[in-house]
Design a binder for this molecule. Structure first.
Ligand code: ADP
Ligand code: PAZ
Length: 318
């Protein structure tokens, strides 16, 4: 017995055939992440049914809110519907998050969709260094978890304007003074490695986070309406990570501001060896210890094969 309904690629892609796909191959190429080969056929097979399902969740959640307001005799408008996208580094979360955001914004019920990535809540490198956490970037303790929780709580409280800090992959650090502002959209897509993390264990983890950290039992997932875990074999994700590192070596790393500038000019095998060390000592450990254990908290799991193609979809039973 499983709490999930398991659907093969064929079963899933046959669903919602009447839902239009308001997207062209050029749109897909703009939205897909580096190294992700996704094309219009894959979007049609995976994201058309997913968008139709999400639309239904939004509509029924609003109906629930309307009925509750009616019961209470008040006029409380619904808060943004929050969709979370979780999974390993390099698994393709950003492609999934951008496609969902773009597709949902084409529907009349959800024209205003915002996308926020949790990397904006990483602690600045200077703070990570002070705490001995520079080699733990992406681990739960490398984030300002209180600020992230406060951000999502404010969105789900219906606050008119909420801001989040911004991270630069190029500089590999928080961009001082830059923010992204969310103004009560219809849908907020929240993408990040740790969006399904449970609350820190109250006493000893809170102590490890420093005296300013107030223990609390809430987690971001308490404010999520629908969550998606992008899943793949760690051996495949490793390969995608190394391939992407080599592509970045020829593109983003040549930028003088790039934190990885030093790898732009070294032979490929040296760069691959460095990427392999980062994968093995940071991202794989984080996947095994923190990210993969949250998979079964997701509403929906997208399982990919070695070529980024969706193999299977798991959906929580109602
Ligand atoms: N060092 C880097 N320099 C520039 N861009 C990067 C770097 N590392 C990752 N990216 C980009 O950042 C985005 C998020 O990457 P990641 O967190 O690994 O998530 P995912 O691959 O699951 O979308 C991707 O679009 C990726 O191409
Ligand atoms: C910035 C990230 C922690 C992802 O952050 P997220 O938006 O998922 O919270 C990750 O992409 C990253 O840079 N990890 C550090 C190790 C590495 O360079 O691969």
């Amino acid at each position: 017995m499983s709490p999930y309904i398991e659907l093969s690629r064929q079963q899933w892609s046959a669903l919602a055939s009447a839902t239009p796909l308001p997207l062209s191959q050029a749109d897909v190429e703009k939205l897909r992440g580096l190294g992700d080969p996704i094309d219009l056929a894959e979007v049609d097979a995976v994201y058309r049914p997913l968008t139709a399902l999400l639309q239904d969740y939004v509509v029924t959640t609003r109906e629930r809110a309307r009925r509750t307001s009616g019961f209470l005799g008040i006029d409380e408008p619904p808060t943004p519907f929050v969709v979370a996208v979780a999974g390993s580094v390099a698994v393709g979360k950003s492609t999934t998050a951008r496609l969902i955001a773009h597709l949902l914004s084409r529907f009349p019920a959800t024209p205003r969709v915002d996308l926020v990535t949790t990397d904006g809540f990483l602690l600045p490198n200077a703070t990570l260094e002070e705490r001995g956490l520079l080699t733990r970037k992406g681990f739960p303790e490398s984030y300002d978890r209180r600020a992230l929780l406060g951000f999502v709580a404010a969105v789900k409280s219906g606050a008119p304007r909420v801001s989040a800090p911004v991270y630069s992959h190029t500089v590999y650090d928080i961009v001082p003074g830059e923010v992204i502002t969310v103004e009560r959209p219809d849908v907020l897509v929240l993408e990040g490695l740790n969006v399904l993390q449970p609350a820190p264990r109250l006493r000893h983890e809170a102590a490890a986070l420093g005296s300013s950290y107030r223990p609390q039992a809430l987690a971001i997932s308490d404010y999520i309406d629908f969550s998606i875990y992008v899943d793949a074999d760690p051996a495949d994700i490793r390969r995608w990570y190394l391939d992407r590192f080599l592509t970045l070596k020829r593109t983003a790393f040549t930028d003088p501001r790039s934190y990885f500038r030093r790898y732009a000019d070294v032979p490929d095998d040296i760069a691959v060896a460095a990427a392999s060390r980062i994968w093995e000592s940071v991202n794989l450990v984080n996947l095994q210890e923190n990210i993969a254990p949250t998979r079964d908290r997701a509403t929906l799991v997208l399982r990919k094969d070695a070529n980024h193609h969706m193999r299977e979809v798991l959906l929580r039973k109602a």
